[in-house]
Design a protein. Structure first.
Length: 470
């Protein structure tokens, strides 16, 4: 085998998965067909749940240093500022949710940070290697490369985008809809004459369409976004983009001094019919394609990787049964469908960018991996399957205790059982949890909850050695 896991695609999904596997001692090889990592800003918004994931993966300090908060929108008309537009509903940080609002980091910078973390952990990204086909058998997957070579791994993860070559090779269809028939231009540019304190919005006028210019935190660039009528062939040449700026704003064409990257797309929502075929898994845009509105695509994708990483690690290194991997599709496909509905609703102006877009309320209560053994749980109380919130228990911050590839058992306001887990936290019960026993999965969700330890040992045995201390 060339690797335990072959990952096709070095975007945020593939890199996050590579990081998670590398810290578990799983040999993963990330393949990228391009000669360099993606150079643009397209997925620039990191939601609070993704910030929690990045905290666990060891990159939160770099992410904080690289980005910033979203600026207030400023609406312009005829060269005059006519009002503010707040893109997101306000939210205050709390002990159980320390990351409370979206954090802006251009996608290319997020990828650089994840790639550096992967290298630090001994992982590898191989550029210029394009997957052209695959075969699989009972022992592994062989990827045929466009240059005539091949690579083999025990499992393969397709993280190669919305036009996934791996998904097509598997014959897995996608079901969806066009969210907006008009194409959208997105470009990273340098502009003079606009402040960097606002997201500048130029509404349609004289039969035209909208233009938005957002300063990209941590850079000198702006992201320019412009919608066009259905059927338009968007010209990505710098002079054409300058004409768009001049036609839709009060700025002259030469205010745009440089185009650093440009692309066009047609917003759509689509969901893969399956997320798994044998030893091959779909993750990120290969599994679900979102409108960029609301910032759900990249975030849902990173959380696909986070869900799959610990399960692959449990099977490959801890002796867990391979059937554990069935839960990836069972857990993630319903979440992806829910997030697709949300991002489409935001795009169409039907849903505000609020609590739902922060993704802190997502969970797996209906998962086959979830066991709630308490006979009665009060309405609104934390249950098995929910995200495990942050709290301080007798001086121990829970997010610090969770950080790492292990399981964590919380014995809150009750005695700790004899079961040995990699991390044990005991103490008084914080308000976010209440009294009880809570077994927190490696991805920060409560897998098992009980008033007594009855059934805990049996639950842990489902995951092989995963969760057991030395």
């Amino acid at each position: 085998m060339d690797a335990d896991v072959l990952i096709v695609g070095a975007g945020p999904t593939g890199l996050a998965l590579g990081v998670d596997l590398a810290r578990r001692g799983v040999h993963a090889l990330v393949l990228e067909r391009a000669q360099a990592l993606f150079p643009g800003s397209r997925g620039k918004g990191l939601q609070p749940r993704t910030m929690e994931v990045f905290d666990d993966l060891g990159v939160i300090d770099a992410i904080h240093a690289a980005g910033g908060t979203y600026p207030v929108g400023m609406v312009w008309r005829n060269g005059e500022r006519v009002g503010e537009h707040h893109m997101f509903d306000p939210a205050e940080p709390s002990e159980d949710a320390p990351y409370n609002k979206p954090w802006m980091v251009p996608q290319w910078r997020t990828q650089e940070i994840l790639a550096a973390r992967l290298a630090e952990l001994g992982g590898e990204v191989v550029l210029g290697r394009e997957a052209a086909g695959l075969t699989q058998d009972a022992e592994g997957v062989t990827v045929r490369l466009a240059d005539g070579g091949s690579l083999r791994g025990r499992y393969l993860v397709a993280a190669d985008g919305g036009r996934s070559a791996v998904r097509r090779a598997l014959g897995i269809g996608m079901t969806g809809e066009t969210v907006d028939p008009g194409p959208t231009l997105v470009a990273d540019v340098r502009i003079t004459g606009l402040d960097r304190d606002n997201w500048h919005i130029f509404p349609p006028h004289d039969g035209g369409d909208f233009l938005a210019v957002c300063p990209l935190a941590g850079t000198e660039d702006f992201q320019l976004t412009a919608r066009f009528p259905e059927g338009t062939d968007v010209d990505l040449a710098p002079d054409a983009i300058r004409k768009v700026l001049a036609a839709r704003s009060h700025l002259p064409a030469d205010a745009l001094t440089e185009v650093r990257w440009a692309s066009d797309f047609r917003p759509r929502a689509a969901l893969a019919d399956r997320f798994r075929a044998g030893r091959v898994f779909l993750a990120g845009d290969a599994a679900h394609v979102h409108s960029p509105a609301g910032g759900q695509g990249l975030n849902t994708s990173v959380q696909d990787a986070y869900n799959l990483g610990w399960k692959l690690g449990a099977v490959l290194t801890d002796g867990a049964p391979a059937a554990l991997l069935d839960s990836y599709e069972e857990e993630r496909r319903p979440v992806a469908a829910q997030m697709l509905d949300l991002s489409t609703g935001v795009h169409r102006g039907e849903v505000r960018r609020g609590d739902a877009t922060r993704q802190l309320g997502l969970g797996y209560r209906d998962s086959p991996l979830t066991e709630e053994t308490r006979a009665a749980v009060p309405e609104g109380a934390l249950r098995a399957g929910d995200r495990a919130p942050d709290a301080t228990v007798d001086g121990v911050r829970l997010f610090d205790a969770f950080r790492g590839p292990h399981w964590t058992l919380l014995a809150l306001g009750t005695d700790a059982p004899a079961a040995r887990v990699a991390q044990l936290v005991t103490g008084s019960a914080p308000a976010a949890y209440g009294t009880g026993l809570f077994l927190v999965r490696p991805d920060g969700y409560i897998g098992w909850a009980g008033a007594t330890p009855d059934g805990l040992d049996a639950y842990l045995r489902r995951f092989g050695a995963a969760g057991w201390g030395s």
